[in-house]
Write a protein that binds this ligand. Structure first.
Ligand SMILES: Nc1ncnc2c1ncn2[C@@H]1O[C@H](COP(=O)(O)OP(=O)(O)O)[C@@H](O)[C@H]1O
Ligand SMILES: [Mg+2]
Length: 1583
């Protein structure tokens, strides 16, 4: 449960929050969190940019059944719906929002179930015209937009059909528009049945009934701060209707009966600032003629104390003087003589003077000065005794048990006494007026059998800062009315549930019985009040204590003692709590004058005053509450108190209402400032609460407020279940849908024909439905897109592959070619390089070898030389060294020897010495000898080693020489091998070159061959093409030849024909263009064009040239004026006699043949066939024979004269030629010739001529008059179009004959013939009568045709849906709660066109004058266009885009018909309808679009456009019109307010332009073979 209730709150969900200013303001859910038991939701309010957070806990929510959650906004489909009961979420904000939206769209009326809520527009709205009344007449309530008239119509129809009295309760606060609405309702009743909105259509009685309004308003209305024309009394007006009889099925107003409630008496003596007294006083002051003004002592309004307290004496826009004239006229209308009127005014003047009576204080006593002019004037006017009057104003008498005591009053008391006299007289006067009106308006005392519709215009619930006795009474009345209303609603709900056998019980129905008991019950407030009022010492203070004592207990829930003060009490009314101030309760309740004052008044010499105050007894006696036992005595007991009277009258009223069927209208005042289309939400909310609309909503919400028939339901929601559960039976389908979608059993109930839902379920279903639709749309879109993209993809892929293959082929080929080229290049390169390197190598090797050998040779040479040099060097060295060594040796040896010798000498000396000494020592000498011997050995060894080395060097030289020798050999060998290798290389490259050459050559050969072959192929193709061409050329030639052969016989006829056709077409074109251009021209131009466009007619009318108006038109104009004068005279005469005009001619005419005789006539005709043959042949002879044929002729002339004088001729003509004529029916096979059609006219014409010829003008006139009467009575039956068409044609023909004869007659006189004055005069008279007859037949027939067409137009043009793709469901909206599905006859556009075609054919067959045919058809098309347009403008829930398309199609069919039947000008009458239909199909999203709409629909005025746009109903997936756009449109509409009318005028048909009679060349004497006209034949044949 918790989940379910919270589930609907998803992101983006819109809900309402209370707001100081706006009442309720809408927020969008931004986030939601449910944690444990805590629920938190935050909303963003777009309007003021604030955020609201909603917090609660689950248990808390569950305790209140989730009623505390923010109320949800309804689905957009329900925005601006015209019945609040159809809202899915039914709560205060939804109701307010919807009403507000509608009001912004200037839809002031809205249904709320059975109630009509009327918002006061405070501006002129063009929806009350007679055309609108006509639209609402006979329509069901749910068929058109909500309207007062719909409610009135419903009451009216139920009164006739259910034979039950009706009441319409209009309530609302002051200035909400109650009186205005009641007035419109009365106007509707007075107007609607007469079928004609002009005053002429309103009968005298109706006039009188309507006249009650100005009277009651003059005496009972005044200017208050809330309303310039505020009714200061309640009114229940029973409008009496005649009972329908079979002779007179229409029901018309026959009278009225008024009951009034609670006239505000205190206003007479006191008015708050800026308010006024009752209008009548100001009217009297402003409008009374000078003499009366003087008599009554009247002056300007500000000279009277009773009028100048408010400080305002005039109302802007109201002319009191003019109103005085109107009031006076209205008084006359209801049958009050002028004399009585002046008596009334006299009393009024007297009251004003009473107000001016000065009461002075003399000590403690009141005194009226002796010379007070006002006093004198007042007593004089009232005719009362001055002294007595003065006495009983300043004194009072107290009656005790034993005696009467007279005491003086003080100034204050006396003033009250004076005022109460005035109040008393005025209220008596008011009651007297009501009584007189009642007796005058319901004179026929057959009231019991008469039905009535009662209109209650009563103040709604009132609640001010300070509320007194009046408010108490008013609210008490409203409390009663509310109870009745609740019971009524409750009963209706219950009835439906029972009828549908639904299982249900109302939980708590807010009954206000306890509150009513508190007021009117036994020992209730009223009883206590009365009791207190009866006590001589009664006072407000003691009353309030009694009230506190009695009701101040805890059990009494509807009474409350205020916290502070002791002078007020609070009652908890159904609407709100109201605190009443006890001040003045007793005084107001007593409301009486003292017995003494009464006696003075009763003793007046002014009889009228006595009459006025006398009547008091009668009505009040009957309403006096049952006499209370044991409370006799005391003067005040005699008169019932105001409270008692009011209670009694209320009880009576409730009884009356209970016996009638009730309709409710709740008027709402949308703003305080009385500003046009301003909406103050808080104020409206308060009134909605007070008028009980919200209460009824609560009642219906307790049950199952949303309901739909199975068929409707299944039709809308079938898509919520899979297609396999789509069964044809709507009930089963509904069951399966509901079972699937709604899980809780309690949320719905299945009735017998309907399914019922709890509040909110519909919105849930709507949501599902739109989600489902969205899903389906997405699915379809997805698949379509997939298919589209896949196809595109496949195509692209194929293309890509093609391109790829081509590109790749090209690339591969390119690559291959490159590869091949590279390969070839490499081969070439390789070879070239081989060759080059080999060449270089060889050169190199050669060089190397040469260098090597050279080098080696050089080296070897050098080596050898070196060796030789070495050897030589060595030899030299050896020699030199030998020499040197030897030399060195010899030297050294010499030196050595020298040295030695020296040394030795020295040594020897020394030795000698030593030896000498030694000669002593011989050893020393021997040692030195030894050493020298060693040295010689060493030197010989060194010499030997040197020799050995020499030998080794020689050996080495020898081996080197050998090595050089082997190198030289090797070189020579290498040279030889290199030479041989080079030779080999050269041989190999030559071979490769040869191979390449060969391949190239081959390739070239192949490509050349290929080229040759393709060339050959091309040549072949060319040849084939050429051959084919020549073949076809041959064929053509043959054909041409053949055709030529065929055409040779026919010459150029077809060409001529086609040229002619073209010419015709262009002419038609021109015509059409002319017609189009004509549109804006005025009527004169119209007439001119009409004559231009009929050049093909048999009898061309004079051509129109330039701006000169056609003589033809002029002549018709003049002739018509005379004709109309004639008609008027005749009509006046006829009207004086009886209503149906056609009887007017009958008197004095021979009594019409009895039906038996009529039937016998054709039989007789058949029997006489043989004689006919003879007669006709005779007639034929007579015709054939020349005028002077001999004796036979004389005989015949005599015979014809006899016949002419015989009455039988006339009878024969009337009987056979008119009354019982068998009209030749148009048949498809044979077309009757002119002769066969016009024979009656011609025969009558020639009889007439004969009569004239025999100077029988008087007889002629008589004959013709009777013939015309016969024709009239025949044609006025309108049984058959044939009859009308036939006689219309024949009358015209006869007119032409008459005119021709007249001309001849005139010519004859001019040429000196006998004075034919009488003949001419009678001819003139015949001609005038014929003119009149022609017009009468024409108008009668047209009227008849229109009647027949009437119920065909709407189904055929508006409802007919012939374009298969654009079908909409019959009912717009979700469905009508109270609606029955429409069962109107289904005419199609085809049937309508058939009707027209048949009519057109009939007229053609009877050779009707072209201009007449044209006028008839054009008029019918005008009626079609206008009625269809008007209907479209009033139709609710209908104007969708698809309908626009359908209607455009239907209109285009009509236009087609018109052009194909040569009346293109008639299509102009369809243009408005066409533009309206176009408007529906145009875009309506931006201000630009609105511009476009205004451009396209240039024929529609802004009011009509506004209406259409506000009617525009957005179907699924179409966005509804934004209020901003409507505002733009509304602003444009206001600019032209004055000239704008909403509906087109249906009645304003153009006058019949009678074609001027043409000249008839010869008067045919043709008698059809099947006719028997012996006398006529004689007469005619005698010519
Ligand atoms: N249907 C209406 N169209 C235009 N103005 C209206 C309409 N109803 C009421 N008014 C305006 O409101 C004013 C008060 O209407 P009225 O019927 O006298 O209110 P109530 O009788 O409820 O006090 C009228 O004078 C008129 O200007
Ligand atoms: Mg009023």
């Amino acid at each position: 449960m918790a989940e379910k209730a919270l589930e609907v709150y998803t992101r983006g969900t819109e809900a309402w929050f209370p707001d100081e200013q706006e009442g309720w303001i809408m927020g969008k859910l931004v986030s939601k969190s449910v944690e444990g038991d805590n629920v938190k939701m935050s909303f963003h309010i777009d309007a003021n940019g604030k955020d609201v957070t909603y917090e609660s806990t689950l248990p808390k929510l569950a305790a209140n059944k989730f009623a505390d959650l923010p109320p949800l906004q309804n689905p957009p489909a329900l925005d601006g719906i015209d019945d609040l009961a159809m809202l899915s979420y039914l709560h205060e904000p939804a109701v307010l929002h919807n009403i507000r939206l509608r009001y912004a769209q200037e839809n002031i009326y809205t249904y709320s179930g059975i109630v009509l809520i009327a918002m006061n527009p405070f501006a002129k709205v063009p929806i009350y015209g007679s055309d609108i009344m006509r639209e609402y007449s006979g329509k069901r309530r749910d068929e058109l937009e909500p309207h007062l008239f719909a409610v009135a119509e419903e009451a009216y129809r139920s009164m006739i059909e259910d034979k039950k009295n009706q009441s319409i309760i209009v309530s609302g606060e002051s200035g909400a528009g109650k009186t205005q609405s009641a007035r419109y309702i009365m106007r509707y009743f007075a107007t609607v049945e007469s079928g004609n909105a002009t005053t002429a259509g309103v009968s005298e009685v109706e006039q009188a009934v309507l006249a009650t309004n100005p009277i009651m308003e003059a005496f009972g209305n005044s200017k208050t701060t809330r309303n310039d024309n505020s009714s200061r009394f309640g009114k229940y007006m029973e409008i009496l209707f005649s009972t329908p009889t079979p002779q007179n099925p229409s029901v018309r107003i026959t009278g009225a009966k008024i009951r009034t409630y609670l006239l505000e008496r205190s206003r007479l003596i006191f008015q708050p600032a800026t308010e006024r007294n009752y209008h009548i006083f100001y009217q009297l002051c402003a409008g009374a003629p000078a003499a009366e003004r003087k008599d009554l002592g009247l002056g300007s309004w500000d000279s009277f104390f009773y009028l100048n307290q408010g400080g305002t004496g005039t109302i802007p826009g109201v002319d009191d003087a003019a109103d005085f004239v109107e009031t006076s006229k209205a008084l006359s209308d209801v049958g009050i003589s002028l004399q009585t009127q002046w008596s009334i005014f006299k009393i009024c003047a007297a009251l004003l003077h009473i107000g001016n009576i000065k009461i002075e204080a003399k000590r403690d006593e009141a005194q009226i000065p002796d010379n007070d002019a006002a006093f004198a004037m007042a007593t004089q006017l009232l005719g009362v005794d001055e002294k007595e009057f003065k006495k009983w104003i300043t004194k009072k008498q107290i009656t005790t048990r034993s005696e009467k005591i007279v005491t003086n009053l003080n100034q204050y008391q006396a003033t009250i006494g004076r005022d109460s006299v005035a109040k008393f007289i005025y209220s008596m006067l008011f009651d007297w007026l009501v009584k007189v009106i009642n007796t005058n308006l319901s004179r026929e005392e057959v009231l019991a059998t008469q039905r009535f519709i009662g209109v209650l215009d009563i103040y709604g619930f009132e609640h001010f800062k300070k509320n007194s006795f009046e408010q108490f009474c008013i609210n008490y009345a409203n409390e009663k009315l509310q109870q009745e209303f609740n019971a009524h609603v409750f009963k209706l709900e219950q009835e439906e549930y029972i009828a549908e056998k639904i299982n249900w019980s109302f939980i708590d129905f807010n009954d206000n019985q306890p509150c009513i008991d508190l007021i009117e019950g036994k020992l209730g407030i009223l009883d206590l009040l009365d009791e207190e009022s009866r006590l001589p010492s009664g006072a407000d203070a003691s009353l309030i204590t009694k009230l506190y004592q009695r009701f101040g207990t805890a059990q009494q829930k509807f009474f409350e003692k205020p916290r502070f003060g002791q002078s007020a009490f609070t009652i908890k009314h159904y609407a709100t709590d109201v605190t009443y101030d006890i001040d003045g309760f007793i005084e107001k309740n007593k409301d009486t004058v003292s017995d003494e004052q009464m006696a003075v008044l009763n003793a007046s010499e002014f009889e009228f005053l006595k009459e006025v105050i006398k009547i008091e007894e009668e009505p009040k006696l009957e309403v006096t509450s049952p006499p209370r036992p044991g409370r006799a005595g005391g003067s005040s007991l005699k008169k019932p108190t105001l409270g008692t009277i009011f209670k009694a009258s209320l009880v009576k009223l409730m009884d009356t209402i209970r016996q009638t069927e009730v309709h409710y209208i709740r008027c709402i005042k949308p703003n305080m400032a009385k500003a046009a289309f301003q909406f103050e939400p808080q104020m409206v909310l308060q009134q909605l609460r007070a008028c009980g609309v919200l209460e009824t909503i609560r009642i219906s919400c307790a049950g199952y407020p949303s309901r739909a028939t199975f068929a409707d339901f299944a039709d809308r929601y079938y898509l919520l279940v899979p297609s396999k559960s789509w069964v044809p039976d709507p009930k089963n389908l509904t069951v399966s849908i509901v079972n699937k979608v709604i899980s809780e059993e309690d949320k719905y109930q299945m009735g017998l024909t309907k399914v019922f839902f709890r509040a909110g379920q519909l919105a849930y279903l709507e949501k599902l439905r739109s989600e489902r639709q969205r899903a389906c749309v997405i699915l379809i879109q997805k698949n379509v897109r997939r298919a589209v993209y896949r196809r595109r993809y496949l195509r692209m892929r194929a293309a890509a592959i093609t391109i790829q293959t081509a590109v790749r082929g090209w690339l591969a080929r390119k690559l291959y070619k490159g590869l091949r080229e590279t390969h070839a290049a490499i081969i070439i390169q390789r070879n070239v390089r081989t060759w080059l390197s080999r060449k270089r190598y060889q050169r190199l090797r050669d060089a190397v070898v040469k260098i090597q050998s050279t080098y080696r040779m050089a080296v070897a040479k050098a080596q050898a030389q070196a060796l030789r040099r070495l050897n030589a060097a060595i030899k030299i060295q050896k020699t030199y060294r030998g020499y040197r060594t030897r030399k060195w040796y010899k030297q050294t040896k010499k030196r050595l020897v020298l040295v030695q010798a020296c040394v030795r000498r020295r040594q020897a000396i020394k030795e000698l010495k030593v030896l000498k000494a030694e000669a002593r020592s011989v050893g020393k000498l021997k040692e030195t000898n030894y050493k020298l011997e060693g040295k010689v050995v060493e030197l010989s060894q060194a010499l030997a080693a040197k020799n050995e080395e020499n030998a080794r060097i020689l050996e080495k030289i020898a081996s080197l020489e050998e090595q050089v020798k082997s190198w030289r050999e090797k070189y020579e060998k290498a040279e030889t091998t290199g030479k041989s290798a080079a030779a080999q290389l050269n041989e190999g490259s030559a071979e490769l070159k040869q191979e390449l050459q060969a391949l190239k050559q081959e390739n070239q050969g192949v490509s050349k061959e290929n080229e040759k072959l393709t060339g050959m192929l091309k040549k072949r193709d060319d040849q084939i093409a050429k051959l084919e061409e020549s073949l076809s050329a041959h064929k053509e030639e043959v054909n041409k030849l053949k055709e030529g052969a065929r055409n040779a016989a026919k010459h150029e006829d077809p060409e001529v024909v086609s040229a002619l056709k073209k010419e015709v077409a262009t002419l038609r074109d021109q015509m059409a263009r002319l017609l189009a251009g004509k549109y804006r021209a005025d009527r004169v131009a119209d007439a001119m064009l009409a004559s231009v466009t009929s050049p093909t007619s048999d009898h061309p009318t004079p051509r129109v040239n330039g701006a000169i108006s056609p003589p033809f038109a002029l002549s018709t104009e003049t002739s018509r004026t005379s004709v109309t004068a004639q008609i008027e005279m005749d009509m006046a005469a006829a009207a004086a006699k009886a209503r149906p005009r056609r009887h007017s001619f009958v008197e004095g005419a021979p009594p019409p043949t009895s039906p038996g005789a009529e039937r016998a006539a054709p039989v007789a005709a058949r029997k006489n066939r043989t004689s006919i043959m003879i007669d006709t042949s005779l007639g034929a002879n007579g015709i054939a024979g020349p005028p002077s044929a001999g004796a036979g002729l004389v005989l015949q002339t005599e015979r014809s004269v006899r016949v002419l004088e015989d009455k039988a001729l006339e009878e024969e003509i009337i009987d056979a030629l008119v009354t019982n004529l068998r009209i030749p029916l148009p048949s498809t096979q044979t077309v009757a010739t002119r002769k066969e059609i016009f024979f009656p006219a011609h025969l009558i014409g020639s009889t007439m001529v004969q009569l004239l010829r025999h100077d029988l003008a008087g007889r002629m006139l008589g004959l013709m008059t009777n013939v015309m009467k016969a024709i009239q009575s025949l044609t006025m039956k309108f049984e058959d179009d044939y009859v009308s068409a036939f006689w219309l044609s024949n009358c015209y023909e006869l007119l032409c004959v008459v005119r021709t004869t007249q001309e001849k007659e005139r010519a004859a006189r001019r040429t000196g013939g006998p004075d034919a004055g009488e003949a001419e005069r009678s001819l003139e008279k015949v001609r005038n009568d014929l003119d009149y007859l022609l017009i009468e037949i024409y108008h009668g027939w047209i009227k008849e045709l229109k009647k027949r067409l009437a119920n065909m137009i709407v189904p055929a043009v508006i409802e007919n849906q012939s374009l298969p793709g654009y079908i909409c469901k019959q009912s717009g909206g979700l469905w009508g709660k109270w609606g029955k599905s429409s069962s109107s006859s289904q005419f199609t556009i085809e049937q309508l066109l058939n009707f027209l075609s048949k009519l057109s054919k009939t007229m053609r067959c009877y050779y009707m004058e072209d201009s007449m045919t044209r006028q008839i058809l054009t008029e019918l098309l005008r009626v079609i266009g206008v009625s269809a347009f008007n209907h479209l403008l009033m139709r609710k829930n209908f104007c969708t885009w698809k309908r626009g398309v359908q209607i455009q199609y239907n209109v285009s069919r009509l236009e087609e018909w018109c052009t194909s039947h040569g009346i293109a000008e008639a299509t102009l009458h369809l243009q408005q309808l066409l533009q309206a239909a176009k408007l529906l199909t145009l875009n309506k999203t931006s201000p630009q679009d609105i511009e476009t709409i205004f451009d396209v629909c240039f024929l529609l005025n802004p009011t009509q456009i506004k209406k259409l746009l506000s009617l525009y109903y957005a179907a699924d997936f179409d966005s509804p019109l934004s209020p901003e756009l409507l505002k733009i449109v509304a602003s444009r509409a206001v600019l032209n307010e004055k000239s704008d009318v909403l509906l087109l005028d249906l009645e304003q048909s153009p006058d019949f332009a009678k074609p001027s009679p043409r000249v008839v060349e010869t008067i045919e004497r043709f008698v059809p073979a099947w006719m028997s006209l012996p006398n006529v034949a004689v007469v005619v044949g005698a010519n």
